[in-house]
Design a protein around this ligand. Structure first.
Ligand code: UFG
Length: 342
């Protein structure tokens, strides 16, 4: 298949691009490099440096079977202080992309949605039928796109799959060209803990130690980026099949959570980092981070039933792969704590 990957210079987009290429697909990456890295685009993919509102000429050139859409702003705190960036990039930008797709008759799409569409859950595991009450503009901007896709499926014959990621971690390690997480501003637990393990930060803060969880710290559902990539390839096959079957012009929109179905606490993650790196990794108790739910765990039964997908890599494997990738980074990239994120 010929696939357009938006955001293919970012963390998850570059891993999925690499896996699409290994599976024999032809890939064009569209990325404006606002947070991505040109050298993260896997060799073998065509690269177009442009934003999603500029997809028209690329799609007009013809021959695309599907779009896998990652390009987005994804920093929750930034979305609270500058919501316009999120509505503009994530929501309006995606509308422009869908319109380009419609114009050029490319109606198959896999969309990078998020657990943040659910907000604070009433109970876990979170099902796809659970209420969607995002607590920040990031989650709201992605939920709007999920609604957009439902309506494009119904009205315009799109076949879409939205994948709602929980906490993504790990890296794709190969001898030639690894892909992993390297955000200009790091806010995520595992990369920060690895910076501490490497001695680039003195200590790590455990954000909240009195939550109603077994050890008092927040519990999250971590998923290896390679398991996530596997789900995207399955989703692409599924959307393609739905598109071929939908001869009456009726499209489809499937929404699936991607998580492991079990949780790890912040303290358990830090223990895993200590175990894998063999470094002390000092951590101190700190106040709750605003807006953090105590426990987020996915039900992945729907992804299993609809896509035949089950994750296979555990937390230690995620930490080990992330650590290996981290050690391959240049010192300035690995230690970056600046003010941006991809
Ligand atoms: N944490 C710490 N110390 C740190 C960093 C994080 O204790 O230095 C804690 C957080 O407070 C949280 C847990 O580790 O309890 C995980 O935090 P992350 O920032 O790694 O991930 P989040 O669960 O906040 O965010 C993830 C995705 C978001 C998405 C969100 C949906 O990264 O993109 O889930 O809920 F929006």
């Amino acid at each position: 298949m010929r696939v357009l990957v938006t955001g293919g210079a970012g963390y998850i987009g570059s891993v999925v691009t690499a896996e699409l290429l290994s599976a024999g697909h032809q890939v064009t990456v569209l990325d404006n490099l606002s947070t991505g890295h040109a050298d993260a685009v896997p060799a073998g993919a065509e690269f177009v440096e442009a934003g999603i509102t500029e997809a028209d000429p690329v799609l007009a050139a013809g021959g695309f079977d599907a779009v896998v859409h990652f390009a987005a702003k994804s920093l929750v705190p930034e979305s609270v202080t500058a919501p316009e960036l999120y509505w503009h990039n994530n929501t309006s930008g995606t509308l422009a992309l869908l319109e380009s797709m419609r114009r050029h008759d490319v109606r198959t799409i896999v969309f990078s949605s998020t657990a943040a569409t659910y907000g604070e859950p009433d109970s876990v595991p979170i099902l796809e039928s659970s209420p969607t009450r995002p607590t920040n503009p990031y989650g709201a901007s992605k939920l709007a796109v999920d609604h957009m896709l439902t309506s494009y499926a119904r009205a315009h014959g799109f076949s879409a799959v939205s994948l709602r990621y929980f906490n993504v971690a790990g890296a794709r390690i190969t001898p030639e060209n690894s892909q992993g997480e390297r955000h200009a501003t790091e806010t995520h637990l595992i990369p920060i803990a690895l910076q501490v393990a490497a001695g680039l930060r003195p200590q790590l803060q455990v954000n909240g130690v009195h939550y109603p969880t077994p050890d008092g710290s927040c519990v999250r559902d971590y998923i290896h980026v390679l398991d996530l990539a596997d789900a995207h390839l399955r989703a692409l096959e599924r959307a393609t099949r739905d598109q071929a079957d939908g001869s009456d012009g009726q499209g489809s929109h499937l929404i699936c959570n991607l998580g492991s179905g079990s949780g790890s606490s912040v303290r358990e993650v830090i223990e895993s980092v200590r175990r894998i790196t063999g470094r002390p990794t000092p951590a101190v108790d700190a106040p709750n981070r605003a807006g953090d739910p105590a426990v987020l765990i996915a039900s992945n039964d729907k992804a299993a039933a609809e896509l035949g997908w089950r994750p296979t890599r555990d937390l230690d494997r995620m930490v080990a792969d992330a650590w290996q990738f981290f050690q391959q980074l240049s010192p300035e990239t690995a230690g970056s704590t600046g003010a941006d994120h991809g």
